[in-house]
Design a protein around this ligand. Sequence first.
Ligand code: HEM
Length: 511
Amino acid sequence: MWSIPLIAGVAFFSVYLFKSVKTYLELRDFGGPWSAGWTRLWLLRCHLSGSINTQFTEVNDKYGSTARVAPKMLVTSDPELVRRMNAVRSSFTRGPWYTSLKLHPESENIACYTNEDKHNDMRSRMSHGYSGKENVHLEQDIDDLILQMLDLIEKEYVAKPEEGLLRRMDLARVTSYFTLDIISKVAFGEPFGFLKANDDPFGYAANMKQFLPAIGWFGVYHELTNILRIPFIKASLPGSMDKRGLGRVMGFARERVLERFGDEAIVRQDMLNSFIKNGLTQLELEGETMLQITAGSDSTASALRITAHFISTSPPILERLLTEAKEAIAAGRVSRPIIKNSEALQLPYLQACIKEGLRVYPPITGMLAKMVPKGGAKIDVDGVEKYAPSGTQIAWNSWGLMRNKEIFGLDADIFRPERWLASEGTEEMQNHMLRMNETLSLVFGYGRFGCLGKVVANMELNKALIEVCADAFREGKLTNNSSFCYASTSNHVTLKNLLRSGVLGFTFTTI
Ligand code: HEM
């Protein structure tokens, strides 16, 4: 009587077993944690742990520069392979992992298209807006918000020991407010108002904290993205009519998009205008504005806060940076009140600090998995050729890439800006520096998938870091005994270890 369900069960289990063994054997040449060859649970646990960066690095250190982290997923810390997969003429494509980056219930965005033609088309239509070529206010907009951030720091956080006033600043929050206001200002002409309120008026940060683990689930079990089509689940997602959270931010973005259409359309030479000029529809624009906000804020805020953290907790580094800034200001090589981007590029120690901050804590540690094309691919793993069949996804291990001791030296785990300064010397030393620079540039992705917001991010870093430091000795602002006290309480994944180790409060500077 129950033999039919039994037979069906046995048949199902046999097919499952056969498939699992076949998949296991296909990538058996690659080392990796044993369970990762049979189930995606190892990867899910790693993704949700908040320490994907260190766990991937342990895997690559132990099992080779390209190793297995799920039945059909490899992870690589090999810069050559990352360049090969991302190159303009590469036959590798985006893997299904990218579908987890769909942030809008109705509309896709440039970061989640897995159709190569659609992605290329959108990229060519959006690159001018992102690059600043069609965004004449870019530098001025950033300057205005730096001044607003400095005002906020001065009013709320500068300590005045002579008055018995010692205040702590949550560096994580202020840097997030700053980058969120910048992205909304440069993208669609109006800052959200985080800095002005010195608060999260939309409840955005709290909502993102809830929302981000979903990217982990959907990235590992990409089939789950289909459940988002079920009406009652779709209805529970953030929407532009929400009063708070991500939905409210969506609503704000939607309002800015709507303002550009109709009889009384606002015309302003910014990113949004450039996208409209290049033919993006209203729905596409709504999807893209959501991506701009998420891709453009936490990444740069991470870079800012971690670099400020390392500079301000190392007195010799801080002193050297301030000396460089003071001398440049005295020599008239730095515009006031805010340094020009072109001037910041001429300050070698500042540039070295920025590079080192991006290197020791690469802001994007998510998988960005590319897919092996039809016919499979031969992969060189530390001098041994291995074969990955078509359909295998290969994630990047940005942390492992940036802490490669062979490329960056035995002290690669340490924040030491000086490593970027030795540009003279033998041909061998110059080649070494070239290799370091080429590897670091991968922090923004590469080739046809490279970051479109790199110009904006670099401009923010070039200006904000030095101005926050220079603010300490700006005329009339601080006395010789003044100091900033910063406290970092970020919950950003890459800062989790800092939080655990309790490095929370530190004095910024005393001039
Ligand atoms: C320090 C800050 C930043 C870092 C380290 C960074 C890094 C990256 C990386 C690694 C990628 C993905 C490459 C891939 O898929 O292989 C990416 C993509 C992207 N980033 Fe950034 N990013 C930063 C800031 C920004 C900013 C400020 C914006 C917006 C103004 C932005 C907009 C984008 C966009 C639109 C894409 C998708 C490009 C595409 O699909 O072709 N990013 N970024």
